[in-house]
Design a binder for this molecule. Structure first.
Ligand SMILES: [Fe+2]
Ligand SMILES: [Fe+2]
Length: 185
């Protein structure tokens, strides 16, 4: 498997692990842990999305546009553009919904434990579930299409360049996380 897919698929799995921890904290009504995990999930997904927007999507689209003769297995420009548009829409949905969940969670944190109504956490749980359902399909689409296309469209030098860009982008975590909380070690 090429480096680019390996990195991003590995990041999908790492983000999914945080999501599962978040859901378990929500089930236990552990507001503090759930808040920390939600913040981490949101931030890790945002950094992943940024790497795709800044490096993966433009590289793939410009390569498809400039390819003089497309290989049989390569996507057409229309196909690539429509997949990227769908993926961007999903990203907007994730960021919008998670910002909402963080807002609810921050409000809940200002209340003493005994005043936290179950509906508050249920709302967060419902949003997280919607995000999870769409994220599963989203990751599947990426792993089977755009990540795979990098191996068809880019030569090994171009793949290595993109992999480096993605690596440095994924390392740019917000300063509120230490390297060990970021990697959840
Ligand atoms: Fe994505
Ligand atoms: Fe992704």
């Amino acid at each position: 498997m090429a480096q680019v897919s390996e990195q991003l698929i590995g990041d999908h799995a790492a983000i999914d692990k945080v999501l599962k921890q978040l859901q378990s904290a929500l089930r236990d009504s552990d507001v503090e842990t759930a808040h920390g995990k939600l913040d981490l999930f949101w931030a890790r997904l945002a950094v992943h999305v940024r790497a795709e927007h800044l490096h993966l999507f433009p590289t793939v689209l410009s390569k498809v546009k400039n390819a003089a003769v497309g290989r049989a297995s390569a996507p057409s420009l229309e196909e690539a553009q429509s997949v990227v548009a769908q993926l961007r829409e999903d990203h907007d949905f994730f960021m919008h919904e998670l910002a909402l969940a963080v807002e609810i969670m921050r409000e809940l944190l200002t209340l003493p434990q005994q005043f936290i109504a179950p509906e508050g956490l249920n709302n967060v749980e419902r949003i997280v579930l919607e995000v999870e359902e769409r994220l599963v399909k989203h990751n599947d689409l990426e792993e089977n299409q755009i990540y795979h296309w990098t191996t068809i469209l880019l030569n090994s030098e171009e793949q290595a360049k993109l992999a480096n860009q993605i690596t440095s982008e994924l390392l740019k975590h917000p300063p509120r996380f230490t390297p060990s909380t970021w990697l959840d070690e």
